[in-house]
Design a protein around this ligand. Structure first.
Ligand code: MN
Length: 197
């Protein structure tokens, strides 16, 4: 059997392209060190385990709580995170079916951003805030701790906001709200809407 190893995803931008919303230093450290560490841990823990060879979503959903599920969840969430950005000059607002669903679920796109900010700001500790769509096709904003992911609860994550301090501390120190608001400026809503099931 060919051993499959998970790898860092290719990014559609250079490490410095998201500055000043996310500095090159932050993206390098976050993508190349933190994300890589979760990947290395995942690959190491999979070796010889019954989960070897499964897709990442399957591992995320099937591995019991523990080091494997923590690292698989972090790899899954960081893929969502790093694939959803675009340099500000190319950023566009959402449109089409995705925007229609946002308006049905939250009233307006601005209201969604307000909810994401409120949810991120009130979340305590390390974790993630997500925009998700559930099995009934309803959009919701939710947070989960550490490396947990909405996939485990039958929901599809569309947008992932990393609330671990490593995501923003170099650039923003304790100014978490500035991190959240500036992150909205580099979201590639085409990528986010392409995640609709
Ligand atoms: Mn992170």
């Amino acid at each position: 059997m060919i051993k499959f190893r998970f790898e860092l995803p290719q990014l559609g931008y250079q490490l410095g392209d998201l500055a000043p919303m996310m500095s090159q230093e932050t993206v390098s450290l976050h993508y190349d060190r933190h994300f890589r560490t979760y990947l290395d841990n995942l690959n190491r823990l999979l070796e010889g385990s019954i989960y070897e060879g499964l897709s990442l979503p399957d591992i995320v959903c099937k591995a019991p709580i523990g080091p494997l599920s923590n690292n698989a969840g972090q790899v899954y969430n960081h893929q969502l995170f790093f694939e959803q950005f675009v340099p500000t000059k190319h950023a566009k607002l959402p449109s089409g079916e995705f925007l229609f669903m946002v308006e049905q679920s939250f009233g307006s796109f601005d209201r969604l951003l307000q909810l994401l900010e409120k949810e991120s700001m009130s979340f305590f500790g390390s974790g993630w805030t997500f925009l998700v769509v559930n099995a009934d096709g309803e959009m919701k904003v939710m947070s989960l701790s550490n490396g947990d992911t909405p996939l485990r609860y039958g929901m599809t994550p569309l947008l992932a906001i990393d609330l671990w301090e490593h995501a923003y501390y170099l650039d923003y120190q304790n100014r978490k709200k500035d991190y959240i608001r500036n992150l909205f400026l580099i979201i590639n809503w085409n990528v986010v809407s392409s995640r609709l099931p």
